[in-house]
Design a protein around this ligand. Structure first.
Ligand SMILES: [Zn+2]
Length: 310
């Protein structure tokens, strides 16, 4: 697995000794054969620091431990499962319970950190309808008190006030029925990979008595359409408009180069893609020659303004 690192942000899979884990809590039994825990990994994962050009550890990160019952003998099934997780890009490493000798996959924390809570309807301001079908209406709203956030340094929760959320109102749900429970289960304590939307709580419209799921906001402020990336934080058309507004009055002085830059910019597809642009030469200082061949010379330089980042 360590040989399959192609990219600076690929996870480096490693052996992690069991005494590296604190605060181990059982979250549930996933299948008959495994148990999932949350834990704090003391040393934390290796991450490439783009400014220091080296790997550093992110200490005390929350991880999930997936423990395989009776896995003292490594079977082919276990190896296949490990490889599946590796392809899913969220495996940090492998460990072993010192007492039971069970093997453990150390995974990115994908369980909801927040308590699902009851939120009184008068907590919501600025309620605005976004979408409606036969079964549900989705609103945006401002939640006055806001969700509980876990602050790692203090081992404590604080509230993020005036948080924008989505309200998913389930029509005719006055009697908690199966549809309500199915909807609720879709959002609660499930893997993010199955479901990109986080649930904060449940509320009820006091007039019509419909139940409401209070969810992470995934609608764009500007165009009211659903965000386009898989993390639910980015609207492609609005952000590309924004980039065009931010980078005005540029031209390379050559139509072919200008077109090439425009073309590259249209390829932006997620919030982490690089915004390709024309950079005037006076943006560079500390220019040092590194080497040359027949066709080109390579320099290192400091770019004053730095690239655009979302
Ligand atoms: Zn938008």
């Amino acid at each position: 697995m360590q040989l399959e690192i192609y990219n600076y942000n690929d996870i480096i899979v490693e052996w992690i000794s069991y005494d590296q884990f604190n605060d181990i809590k059982e979250l549930g039994k996933d299948e008959l054969t495994t148990t999932i825990y949350s834990a704090i990994w003391k040393d934390g994962s290796l991450n490439y620091d783009e400014n220091k050009y080296e790997y550093i550890r992110n200490q005390n990160i929350k991880v999930n431990l997936k423990s395989f019952h009776n896995s003292q003998n490594i079977t082919n099934e276990l190896l296949i499962e490990i490889k599946t997780y590796f392809n899913g890009e969220n495996l940090f490493g492998i460990s072993q319970n010192l007492e039971t000798k069970d093997y453990i996959l150390v995974l990115q924390n994908i369980y909801c950190d927040k308590y699902v809570e009851w939120i009184p309807y008068d907590q919501f301001n600025n309620i605005k309808e976004l979408e409606k079908d036969e079964f549900t209406t989705i609103y945006s709203a401002i939640w006055k008190d806001g969700p509980l956030n876990y602050i790692m340094e203090y081992y404590d929760y604080t509230r993020k006030q005036n948080k924008k959320v989505n309200l998913k109102c389930l029509h005719n749900s006055q009697n908690i029925n199966n549809e309500f429970l199915i909807e609720f289960n879709r959002y609660s304590t499930r893997f993010y990979s199955y479901n990109k939307f986080k649930i904060f709580g449940i509320s009820q419209n006091p007039d019509i008595k419909d139940y409401i799921l209070v969810l992470q906001n995934v609608y764009c402020d500007k165009c009211d359409k659903c965000f386009t990336d898989k993390y639910g934080i980015w609207c492609k058309s609005c952000q590309i408009n924004d980039i065009e507004k931010n980078i005005t009055n540029w031209t390379s002085g050559n139509e072919k180069i200008d077109n090439l830059i425009q073309e590259m910019r249209l390829k932006i597809n997620n919030p982490y893609d690089i915004v390709f642009e024309w950079i005037p030469y006076d943006q560079f200082y500390d220019i040092k020659e590194l080497g040359e061949d027949e066709f080109a010379t390579i320099y290192s330089a400091i770019w004053k303004d730095n690239p655009l980042q979302y």
